[in-house]
Design a protein. Sequence first.
Length: 205
Amino acid sequence: MAVIGLVLASSSPARLATLRTAGIEPRVVVSGVDEDAVLAAAVEERGKLTPAESALLLARAKAEAVHYEGPLVLGCDSVLELDGQAYGKPAHAADAVDRWRAMRGRSGVLHTGHWLVDNRATTGLRSRGDVASTTVHFADVTDEEIEAYVATGEPLQVAGAFTIDGLGGPFVTGVEGDHHAVVGLSLPLLRVMLADFGVRWHELW
């Protein structure tokens, strides 16, 4: 049985590692989408977006930007919701420190948008998207811990300024929902999305 190729429209090492651990070796094609421009255009057209809507919109933009690159193309994006506000990657170290001071000892919701494009259909391109939302509980970390963590540079590279699978792991006390989605890609959700296009998970192994 021939393996169906999957293109991952993301530069995230964590998403790539998640797929590889699950037996899938995707081809990575970075979309180069201007996220700020995409969000600004959507707000101008529709009005204010929820954090979940923002995550899905960005995932769709990334997938559709490189939709021609393979039979199946997956775009993902994550946004942390705290007090009703959406937070992506921190702009700079001071921003990351402020984020952690606001998050410590509290809980937020990490929304991970997924957009899948299926180019195999003879009737034309098909696509669909969905969002995995997971509640994340943060430890009541000290100022010293926050400053040391931000100094590593890791929080500047990820949505919400934290990881669960890296240096930030000790600062996350628990999750409610799919922990894969916190890493950046929900494997159970992707399996369901693939099934909607008639693709069985093991066909990607």
